[in-house]
Design a protein around this ligand. Structure first.
Ligand SMILES: *[C@@H]1O[C@H](CO)[C@@H](O)[C@H](O)[C@H]1NC(C)=O
Ligand SMILES: *[C@@H]1O[C@H](CO)[C@@H](O)[C@H](O)[C@H]1NC(C)=O
Ligand SMILES: *[C@@H]1O[C@H](CO)[C@@H](O)[C@H](O)[C@H]1NC(C)=O
Ligand SMILES: *[C@@H]1O[C@H](CO)[C@@H](O)[C@H](O)[C@H]1NC(C)=O
Length: 288
């Protein structure tokens, strides 16, 4: 100790080290505090490592609903009026631990937790998702005093992220397995929309439309603006005619086995049938 601090660079190194350590400790403390404050999420049944991958995927899918809160007032008789408050994977009321769905009796403001997010179960069908919160407050005289359970059926509705949270029924006149059944609509429950058209057919349709626009627009232009008559009304008529001739020549060149200069039989037939038109055809080739 006595001779170490005499060297100034060592002293500086040590002081840096102290600063570093202090910073690290502060960061670690902040992380612990933040983890404590972090919002509670749905907890599936079982250890985290053993949770079902399918359920985890579904909860991830429902994530966009978690900032929203839903409520529904239910009047079962003039004296009985309840509000049901519901959140997807978040606490409805932080003073009611893990509360995912809470019933409030409007007469005496009594809060009853119907289901908790730390006992979540979730499964889906082709166009619906069922979210179940178990572990609610225990029934009194009903249902053998078991814990309340909320089931929320989320049906596919492509028009909305979430609407129509409603209590369907409250089943509590049973020996056990009582439940509160809710429903709501959400686009998240919908199966992925499969486009009925493949990329190929979309391209084909686009191309056909472009060709139609070209022909109709060209026809109108040639007829009304240029004042063309007959076949000349066809847009770029001579160009397409030339192209046709060129392609025919190309075909001739590639496909015909006999040399072009001595196609006796073909020439004979062609000349007889084409007559004057064969001259016309050659005229187009002249300027090339
Ligand atoms: C229920 O939700 C509506 C909006 O959707 C809100 O205006 C109303 O205050 C809420 N009621 C309660 C009791 O939270
Ligand atoms: C949360 O629950 C407590 C206790 O049940 C209740 O007094 C309080 O009003 C509730 N808070 C909200 C915002 O509803
Ligand atoms: C869920 O949370 C409640 C209230 O904090 C607790 O009593 C219950 O034991 C928890 N359930 C599980 C499965 O951890
Ligand atoms: C449940 O949802 C997934 C996609 O999230 C889907 O692949 C699966 O087919 C759905 N289950 C059923 C039974 O439709």
């Amino acid at each position: 100790m006595p001779h170490l601090p005499r060297c100034p660079s060592v002293r500086m190194f040590l002081s840096h080290c102290y600063t570093c350590t202090a910073l690290l400790v502060l960061v670690a403390l902040a992380m612990v505090v933040m983890a404590d404050v972090e919002e509670k999420h749905c907890d599936l049944v079982g250890d985290e490592a053993k949770e079902s991958k399918r359920e985890q995927a579904l909860l991830k899918k429902l994530e966009p609903l978690s900032p929203l809160s839903f409520n529904r007032t239910v009047t079962s008789s003039p004296e009985e009026k309840y509000v049901y408050k519901f959140k997807v994977c978040r606490e409805v009321n932080s003073s009611l631990s893990q509360s995912g769905l809470v019933q409030i009796n409007l007469k005496d403001q009594k809060h009853t937790v119907v289901g908790r997010i730390n006992e979540t179960q979730v499964f889906n069908g082709s166009d619906w998702i069922m979210l179940i919160y178990k572990g609610g407050d225990s029934y009194g005289s009903h249902c053998h005093g078991e814990k309340r359970k909320a089931m929320i059926m989320i049906s596919c509705n492509r028009k909305t992220l979430a609407t129509g949270f409603t209590l369907l029924s409250e089943e509590r006149e049973k020996e056990q397995e009582c439940l509160y059944l809710f429903e709501m609509d959400s686009s998240l429950a919908c199966p992925p929309e499969d486009s009925h058209l493949s990329i190929g057919s979309i391209l084909l349709i686009t191309f056909a439309s472009l060709v139609a626009v070209y022909i109709i627009g060209g026809l109108l232009y040639q007829r009304l603006v240029v004042g063309a008559k007959g076949m000349e009304q066809f847009p770029h008529f001579s160009f397409w005619q030339d192209l046709g001739n060129l392609m025919a020549d190309g075909c001739d060149f590639i496909c015909r086995s006999k040399p072009q200069n001595a196609p006796a039989a073909y020439r004979g037939v062609g000349d007889d049938q084409l007559g004057e038109e064969s001259e016309e055809r050659d005229d187009h080739l002249l300027p090339m």
